[in-house]
Design a protein around this ligand. Structure first.
Ligand code: PHB
Length: 386
């Protein structure tokens, strides 16, 4: 016998069932927030991704997956180092991340420089599917512009004339409120003031006082995660809801309704997912999710994680699990039709989902769809040259 296999190597060969010609597992690098205001979002994404893999029998394209994890803390300053932990130290084949737009820009640059395939399961930074767009970068989520643009049209149609926006002062908030402003003003409205506070601060009171003084017809907001819980409670407690209706991108109330309770009832939001879609695809997803994670309800983040795995599967199936065939794998990812719980979608040339945006209303603690705010909405991909 020429080769003496170590115990570990024998075990690996047996697990893979390839009788000694074992190919290494595909290395997946999760760069997600596991702490801070977006911690629950990161966990939901990982849960969704792993659920899809589990539904395929624990493998994609016949290959085992090996997971590597980094907590990016939603801290853009640590973005480059955290990305390189996965790329240069762990040598991952595929990057999956992240939630925060500022961190995602650092991750996208590192992915581009190292020619690593990246699937973004949340962060909407417009620049990533704009000037930074690249053949190795895909989104299973949205661009920040999309839900904001969808809601601006709704607000204009409702006849509101003067709006104030309020958000965190970073890419996601700025781009979401700019998207709202674009379609609201196209529809005849005017955004009279754009208010912001630093991420992830939650001292909303001075800005709520300013809104009360400005007396707009309506407020549009982007907040998410822990900050969104506090904002909805503060807006309600301030009494403003009685005089100034609050509109938002659906992140305000997704995954946060249990904590917001009555303060969220009746809020209108726009998002590419909703509760109670009652399609066979979504019902199956939700039943599987409830079985796998009985303590948490599925939300938009879980769906985005699940669909990140579906996009990857489309690529891996096309190359029979051979991740070294990057061009063929990426072409298949780019051309795939994704059978998402949200409804099927395809990616734009820039790699961003072209999808419907639901108008949702919070009813009895659920984000129920009450119509479509924007059908087949594509991000304009301004500045993308692909
Ligand atoms: C973002 O930073 O792009 C972001 C974060 C949380 C969300 C949505 C967008 O829920």
């Amino acid at each position: 016998m020429k080769h003496v296999l170590s115990g570990a190597a024998v075990a690996t060969a047996l697990v893979l069932g390839t009788g000694g010609n074992a190919t290494a597992a595909i290395k997946i690098g999760f760069m997600l927030p596991y702490s801070g205001t977006y911690a629950a979002l990161g966990q939901a994404i990982e849960n969704g991704f792993k659920l899809y893999v589990q539904e395929q029998g624990g493998k994609l394209a016949g290959q085992e997956l090996e997971y590597f994890k980094v907590d990016d803390e939603s801290n853009p300053a640590k973005g480059p180092d955290n990305a390189n932990r996965l790329i240069k130290r762990d040598h991952v084949d595929i990057l999956v991340g992240t939630v925060h737009s500022g961190v995602a820009v650092a991750l996208a640059k590192a992915a581009k420089d190292s020619d690593t395939t990246l699937i973004i399961p949340n962060a909407g930074a417009d620049v990533i599917t704009g000037p930074l767009c690249s053949k190795n970068i895909f989104r299973s989520s949205f661009s920040n512009w999309q839900p904001g643009y969808a809601m601006g049209g709704v607000a204009a149609k409702k006849g509101y004339k003067h709006a104030v926006t309020i958000t965190w002062n970073y890419a996601a908030g700025k781009e979401s409120t700019d998207g709202f402003k674009e379609s609201f003003e196209k529809g005849g409205g005017k955004v009279v003031k754009q208010l912001a506070l630093p991420f992830p601060k939650v001292e909303f009171q001075p800005l709520l006082t300013e809104i009360a003084a400005l007396k707009p017809d309506v407020v549009y907001t982007f907040f998410a995660g822990g900050g969104a819980v506090k904002f909805v409670k503060d807006y309600d407690a301030s009494g403003l809801r009685k005089t100034v209706p609050l509109l938002a991108s659906g992140f305000l109330t997704d995954g946060t309704l249990d904590a917001q309770g009555k303060a969220a009832e009746g809020l209108l939001t726009t998002l590419h997912y909703a509760d109670g879609l009652n399609t066979p695809r979504d019902n199956a997803f939700r039943a599987d999710y409830a079985k796998a994670y009985p303590k948490t309800a599925p939300d938009v983040y879980a769906v985005q994680g699940y669909d990140a795995a579906q996009i990857l599967a489309a690529g891996l199936n096309a190359v029979k699990g051979d991740v070294s065939k990057k061009a063929a794998m990426r072409a298949a990812m780019s051309g795939a039709t994704i059978d998402s719980p949200r409804g099927t979608f395809k990616l734009s040339k820039a790699g961003n989902p072209v999808q419907d945006f639901y108008l949702r209303e919070v009813k009895d603690g659920k984000n129920l769809s009450i119509g479509i705010a924007a059908k087949g909405l594509a991000d304009p991909a301004r500045g993308c040259k692909l």
